[in-house]
Design a protein around this ligand. Structure first.
Ligand code: HEM
Length: 407
């Protein structure tokens, strides 16, 4: 097959059915035949080798702010859509020195030690959600993997439990459109409405917290101070929004994809049931094997050459995390799911300056959720009702995943 016949553009996103169902054979072909693939449809360069992906993400000079990308590129058209010159983007799309300032003001709440304090409460959330499942056949996403991360982040933000359902709807609507390069007018309008509702909601929560500081992330943001510098209200709201957009669907997908990998490999399910101390390594392998985020990216900050191919300043570089995680040069037998794999390092949380801020939290939630589920349902199986993958660009996960259980 020549490079010309390799898929590009939308065919390399979950909007395409083949890619959505199983991206790995497609990505393997690309990694073998065109480790630098010029996607002339969405105007970006796609990189799929592990070492290249790793070095692009860790190159501290690269840009992330779509307003610096050349007009017409993937970054400018799709990520920067609607962004104003005068309004700062979220941390994910910010460059130095603003990125460093913002990240240092919020990172204290996400260190391993800070996150570990939420383990007991996360376990309680998992048990509570499991208690609410009243059927032996259920949709794992709707009944379990969806609610757990939303309730945990809502608790961390100190949000009233009565607001949780509303909160989940707003955050789900925002995320679908935030990562969809081709939203319909209807989706665009729904997303703007959800964003505005969340904005107003956070405004009133912050006003309330200022009167009554507590043990929650909004209070942490109000308290945070570095060298006399503090977050202003707009920054706090944008940051709270980012936590929802970046953290909810991804963690749901990790739990869903992880449980699916275990059910597809019953020997692995049994091994984890027999030795729950394997859970940490198992979650790393789940992240490697079927990453919830399939690609991240950067913008070239100068004319450069990557893998021997020239790239002009301002062009979009798309790093395929899913392809990197299955690179046979780095992972022996990459398509095998093995929770005892010795080296489970992966690119699923990106890297460098923008390395996922919520990585420890996502790990902790997945560890607690999956072990809690297995303890409650040691005989869990796929149900004949099957599963459906969602079509959110850059993400991989299911919207429905039916399982059958006997307690
Ligand atoms: C399994 C779950 C998750 C995955 C796979 C994931 C993945 C990622 C990836 C790939 C990036 C971009 C990294 C880069 O380009 O170098 C990122 C950034 C980020 N993530 Fe996550 N994420 C997850 C969960 C979370 C959670 C639970 C939160 C917070 C509650 C979170 C907050 C963030 C933030 C704030 C950023 C931007 C960091 C920056 O730009 O400095 N993520 N994540």
């Amino acid at each position: 097959m020549s490079e010309k016949s390799l898929p590009i553009g939308v065919a390399l996103t979950p909007l395409n059915e083949d890619f959505r169902e199983d991206p790995y054979p497609i990505l393997a072909k690309i990694r073998d035949q065109a480790p630098v693939l010029e996607d002339t449809e969405l105007r970006r360069f796609i990189y799929s080798r592990h070492d290249t992906v790793k070095s692009i993400l860790r190159d501290s000079g690269m840009w992330s702010d779509p307003r610096k990308a050349n007009p017409g590129t993937f970054s400018a058209e799709f990520l920067g859509r609607g962004m104003s010159e005068h309004e700062d983007p979220s941390m994910l799309m910010m460059d130095e020195p603003d990125h460093r300032r913002l990240r240092s003001l919020v990172s204290q709440s996400f260190t391993p030690a800070a996150v570990e304090k939420w383990r007991e409460r996360t376990r309680g959330v998992v048990e509570g959600v499991l208690d609410g499942i009243d059927s032996e056949e259920f949709d794992l996403i709707e009944s379990f993997a969806g609610p757990v991360p939303t309730i945990v982040i809502a608790e961390m933000l100190g949000i009233n439990p009565e607001m949780r359902d509303q909160f989940k709807v707003w955050s789900d609507v925002s995320v679908v459109s935030a990562f969809n390069p081709f939203p319909t007018e209807e989706q665009q309008a729904a997303s703007e409405e959800a964003y505005n509702n969340l904005w107003r909601f956070f405004e009133s929560e912050i006003a309330e917290r200022r009167q009554n500081l507590g043990d929650d992330l909004l209070s942490d943001m109000i308290r945070a101070e570095e060298d006399g510098d503090k977050l202003n209200e707009v920054e706090m709201i944008r940051q709270a929004n980012l936590l929802l957009v970046a953290g909810n669907v991804t963690t749901t997908d990790l739990i869903g994809n992880g449980v699916k990998a275990l059910l597809d490999n019953p020997g692995q399910w049994q091994a984890l049931l027999d030795d729950p101390s394997l859970i940490k390594n198992a979650v790393e392998e789940m992240l490697r094997f079927d990453s919830p985020v399939v690609n991240s990216g950067r913008i070239a900050n100068k004319d450069m050459e990557i893998e021997g191919c020239p790239v002009a300043k301002g062009e979009s570089l798309s790093t395929s995390l899913a392809a990197a995680n299955h690179d046979p040069e780095v992972y022996p037998n990459p398509t095998a799911f093995d929770i005892t794999r010795e080296d489970t390092h992966h690119q699923s949380f990106g890297g460098g300056r923008h390395l996922c801020l919520g990585a420890h939290l996502a790990r902790l939630e997945a560890q607690e959720a999956i072990l809690g589920l297995m303890r409650r349902y040691p005989n869990l199986k796929h149900s004949e009702r099957g599963l459906t993958y969602h079509a959110i660009t850059s993400f991989r996960g299911m919207s429905h995943f039916w399982v059958a259980a006997s307690k």
